[in-house]
Design a protein around this ligand. Structure first.
Ligand SMILES: Nc1ncnc2c1ncn2[C@@H]1O[C@H](COP(=O)(O)OP(=O)(O)O)[C@@H](O)[C@H]1O
Ligand SMILES: [Mg+2]
Length: 258
């Protein structure tokens, strides 16, 4: 059964089941008939217990993993593999150590056959600037702090102007201050519509972070994972963690998690 999704849906997971093949032919069932939608211009947060399948979900959304059954629709069409219009940022930035910062960012343009090296370099520089890395173009990853390496990874994810940015706990290996700074910057770039993307899906175990930044938070259950609930965050931005409403949302999500 193929069904076109409505135009306002950027990516749609319909009745997805997924299992990992284990040794001895066993299967680890991660999803059993899960469905969810990400609309255009939406910031979605994803929370769920450790091991429930959050990273697996992002890999399915990115086309890196194929579900056992069900369909993924991206911009109304079935997604059958990785798509240059979908970018991913991982917990640990996966940079090539023997490439300079700017060359690492230019790797995000590897599919753009129409661009000259010079144009790629200019595009990369724009995003290095956005991420506060001007002056580090010719540095090597090993010369950078963890926070700066993650900035490079984000620049590389954005340089291709994807429609969808998937972020898998991108701040959780950074020290707290670095994490807060980077998240705030990203949020303000998002709110000011400077980022060349339509929608973001952010996986985090930091519930306050998700309430601060997301339009909606999707809470997953333990495996086999289902949607325990979707919480729409109706708070004005920028959001203050000091308000009572803020903590009512946080409590709501913790309740769904427990
Ligand atoms: N490549 C793999 N092969 C087998 N099992 C895996 C693989 N990757 C993850 N798993 C298992 O699948 C489940 C979901 O993993 P994951 O998506 O990483 O969860 P989360 O990101 O929510 O912590 C976990 O039990 C994990 O051990
Ligand atoms: Mg994970």
């Amino acid at each position: 059964m193929t069904m076109e999704k409505p135009a306002e849906t950027l990516i749609s997971l319909r009745n997805i089941s997924f299992s990992y093949k284990m040794r001895k032919g066993d299967r680890l069932q991660v999803f059993d008939n899960i469905s969810l939608d990400v609309l255009y211009a939406e910031f979605i947060g994803i929370a769920g217990p450790s091991g429930c399948g959050k990273s697996t979900l992002l890999r399915i959304m990115s086309g890196l993993l194929k579900p056992d059954s069900g369909e993924v629709y991206f911009r109304g069409r079935p997604l059958n593999g990785p798509d240059p219009r979908i970018s991913m940022v991982f917990q640990n930035p996966t940079l090539l150590p023997w490439y300079t910062v700017i060359k690492n960012v230019m790797l995000g343009l590897i599919n753009e056959k129409g661009l000259s090296e010079k144009e790629k370099e200019e595009r990369a520089r724009t995003f290095l600037d956005m991420m506060g890395l001007i002056g580090f173009e010719n540095a090597y990853p090993a010369e950078l702090s963890g926070g700066m390496r993650q900035r490079v990874a984000i620049a590389r994810a954005l340089v291709s102007h994807p429609d969808l940015l998937l972020m898998d706990e991108p701040f959780s290996n950074l020290d707290q201050l670095t994490a807060i700074t980077l998240r705030r910057e990203l949020e303000s770039l998002w709110l000011n519509q400077v980022l060349p993307i339509s929608s973001i899906v952010l996986v985090s175990h930091d519930i306050e972070e998700l309430v601060e930044i997301s339009d909606k938070v999707i809470v997953l259950t333990a495996r086999p994972s289902r949607v325990a609930g979707t919480v729409k965050i109706d708070l004005k931005r920028p959001r203050s963690r000091r308000s009572q409403e803020f903590y009512e949302y946080v409590d709501k999500i913790y309740t769904l998690l427990s």
